[in-house]
Design a protein around this ligand. Structure first.
Ligand SMILES: *[C@@H]1O[C@H](CO)[C@@H](O)[C@H](O)[C@H]1NC(C)=O
Ligand SMILES: *[C@@H]1O[C@H](CO)[C@@H](O)[C@H](O)[C@H]1NC(C)=O
Ligand SMILES: *[C@@H]1O[C@H](CO)[C@@H](O)[C@H](O)[C@H]1NC(C)=O
Ligand SMILES: *[C@@H]1O[C@H](CO)[C@@H](O)[C@H](O)[C@H]1NC(C)=O
Ligand SMILES: *[C@@H]1O[C@H](CO)[C@@H](O)[C@H](O)[C@H]1NC(C)=O
Ligand SMILES: *[C@@H]1O[C@H](CO)[C@@H](O)[C@H](O)[C@H]1NC(C)=O
Length: 278
C-alpha cells in the first residue's frame, strides 16, 4: 500500500507526515510497520523457537480466516516464545482476491518485518499483524494511514468541499454505529451529496474488538481521515483509511462489498454472500 499520509497520535499532539511512504520495497504496494518505536524494537533471532512459532502461526492464518468469514485471530506456542496474530480481509474485496492477498500477506510480513517481534502490514485487500504480546481488545488508534484505493489516481475537484465533508462525517457516524452492532463488525452505506451524486462508504473493524471499541476505532479513524485526508478543494474519488484495528473507505462511485446484509448463496459454504453494493 502506498500511503500518502501517516498520522501518529501521541498523547497530546498529532504528527502528520505528509510524504509518500514506501514502507517496504516488495511489490505489489505493501508495507510493514513495527508496532513499537525503532529504539524499543525487540528482535528475534534466526532459528529461534519464536521464529518457528511465528512461521507456524502465520502459515495457518489464511485458511482459518477463509473458513471464518475472512477474519481470524490466533496464538501459537508457549511463553516465553508465544506469538499472537490476526488477519483480516477488507470487505470491499472479492473472496478470490481475499484468498490471494492473505496468502501473500502471511509470507510477506515475515520478509518485510524481518526479525521484528511486532509488526503490521497493510495491503490493498487485507491486513495482517503479529506480536509477542497478546493482541488485546483495545482499538489501538495510535497510528493511522490513508491512501487512494487505486495507486496514483488523481484527486477530483469538488463544487462543495465543506458540504462533502459534512455529509461524509454523518455517513461515517452512522456506519460506525452499524459496524459496531454487526457481528462481522462491518457497515456500508451511502448518502446523497448533491441531488445527483452519492458518497459511498464502508467501515470495518477487526472482529475481536468489542462493540464500543469498534465504534471508537471507526469514529477516531474517520474523524481524522475526513479532517486530514480530504483536501480543501478536491478529494480522492476513492480513498482508504486504515489503522491497526479498523479500516474505512469512501468513494464517489459504488464499490463491491462482501456483505452480511444478504442471505448466503444456497450452495456456498460460508455464511457471507457477495453482493454488489449500490
Ligand atoms: C533489530 O534489528 C534491526 C534491523 O536489523 C536493527 O536496526 C535494530 O537495532 C535491532 N534492535 C535491537 C534491539 O537489537
Ligand atoms: C481472539 O480475540 C478474542 C477477543 O480479544 C480473545 O478472547 C481470544 O482469546 C482471541 N483468540 C486467540 C486465539 O487469541
Ligand atoms: C493493549 O495493548 C496496547 C499495545 O500493546 C497496550 O498499550 C495497552 O496497555 C493494552 N491494554 C490492555 C488493557 O492490556
Ligand atoms: C445503519 O443501519 C440501519 C438499519 O439497517 C439503516 O437504516 C441505516 O441506513 C444504516 N446507516 C448507514 C449510514 O448506512
Ligand atoms: C476517540 O474517540 C473518543 C470518543 O469519541 C474520544 O474521546 C477520543 O478523544 C478520540 N481519540 C482520538 C485520538 O481522537
Ligand atoms: C453455485 O452453483 C452455481 C450453479 O451450479 C455455480 O455456477 C456457482 O459457481 C456456485 N457457487 C459457489 C459459490 O459454489
Amino acid at each position: 500500500m502506498k500511503i500518502h499520509s501517516i498520522i501518529l497520535l501521541l498523547s497530546s499532539y498529532i504528527l502528520i507526515l505528509n510524504i509518500p511512504v514506501y514502507l517496504c520495497a516488495r511489490p505489489p504496494n505493501w508495507g510493514c510497520l513495527s508496532l513499537v518505536s525503532p529504539k524499543m524494537q525487540q528482535n528475534y533471532t534466526i532459528g529461534s523457537t519464536f521464529q518457528s512459532n511465528l512461521q507456524q502461526l502465520l502459515a495457518g492464518l489464511p485458511q482459518k480466516a477463509t473458513q471464518n468469514n475472512y477474519f481470524y485471530n490466533a496464538t501459537y506456542g508457549e511463553a516465553p516464545d508465544q506469538v499472537y496474530g490476526l488477519i483480516m480481509c477488507y470487505a470491499d474485496t472479492s473472496t478470490a482476491a481475499c484468498d490471494s492477498c492473505m496468502s501473500e500477506a502471511s509470507l510477506g510480513i515475515m520478509e518485510c518485518c524481518a526479525l521484528n517481534k511486532n509488526g503490521v502490514a497493510w495491503y490493498n485487500e487485507c491486513m495482517i499483524r503479529y506480536s509477542d504480546v497478546a493482541v488485546n481488545a483495545t482499538n489501538n488508534i495510535g497510528l493511522m494511514g490513508c491512501g487512494p484505493k487505486v495507486l496514483d489516481s488523481k484527486p477530483e475537484s469538488l463544487a462543495e468541499p465543506k458540504k462533502f465533508r459534512d455529509i461524509l462525517r454523518q455517513l461515517f457516524d452512522g456506519l460506525a454505529t452499524n459496524a459496531s452492532r454487526s457481528p462481522l463488525r462491518l457497515g456500508a452505506g451511502k448518502m446523497n451529496y448533491t441531488p445527483s451524486a452519492n458518497i459511498y462508504a464502508l467501515a470495518q473493524c477487526t472482529r475481536q474488538l468489542p462493540s464500543d471499541e469498534c465504534r471508537m476505532c471507526i469514529g477516531n479513524l474517520t474523524d481524522l481521515g475526513v479532517e486530514y485526508c480530504t483536501g480543501d478543494k478536491a478529494v480522492q474519488a476513492d480513498e482508504t483509511l486504515m489503522t491497526i484495528s479498523c479500516y474505512a473507505r469512501f468513494a464517489l462511485k459504488p464499490f463491491y462489498v462482501i456483505s452480511d446484509a444478504h442471505p448466503p448463496w444456497p450452495n456456498s459454504s460460508i455464511t457471507l454472500s457477495l453482493s454488489f453494493f449500490l
